[in-house]
Ligand binder design. Structure first.
Ligand SMILES: C[S@@+](CC[C@H](N)C(=O)[O-])C[C@H]1O[C@@H](n2cnc3c(N)ncnc32)[C@H](O)[C@@H]1O
Length: 135
């Protein structure tokens, strides 16, 4: 039912629920962060909770990725909803810097040794982190 090169409009949880297991290579998303913490700043600014990450883990192939952007002041509060749904998490807290190859190698080694979470904090972090999950 899902054609290549097609944009599907709708509630992401409804749509992903209809998708078969392990049918996509990667997910790249900028979801609502609920940046107002316990406040909701606008009608769509509702953090989706853990069910969506569980469903995305199911539909992404086992060598696939989830790239998730989050606001830096809130990302550590949102990660627990992603952990425990299958994803291993590399949390990169950054403004506009990219991690070095050495930093990535250290973090990846931690994940490969069985940890479900590794973190790279770049000294100027403040806006626009990259937050990545691995199947
Ligand atoms: C942080 S914004 C992304 C903004 C986008 N990256 C841009 O530059 O315009 C989150 C977006 O998710 C959409 N959204 C919220 N809940 C959704 C849902 N259940 N299904 C699909 N989209 C949703 C909102 O309408 C909003 O446009």
């Amino acid at each position: 039912m899902f054609e290549l090169d097609t944009i599907v409009v709708g509630d992401c949880l409804d749509i992903v629920t209809e998708m078969p297991d392990e049918c996509v290579d990667a997910v790249v998303t900028d979801p609502p962060y609920q940046v107002g913490l316990n406040k909701q700043l606008c009608s769509w600014d509702i953090w989706p909770g853990s069910e969506i990450w569980k469903q995305l883990y199911r539909v992404v192939k086992k060598d696939g990725y989830l790239v998730l952007s989050l606001a830096p002041h809130i990302s550590h509060e949102r990660i627990p909803d992603v952990l425990g749904t299958g994803w291993r998490v590399l949390h990169i807290r950054s403004n506009n810097k990219l991690p070095t190859k050495d930093q990535l190698n250290i973090a990846m080694a931690q994940l490969q040794s069985g940890k479900d979470r590794a973190e790279i904090v770049l000294d100027d972090w403040g806006h626009g982190p990259i937050f990545t999950g691995f199947t």
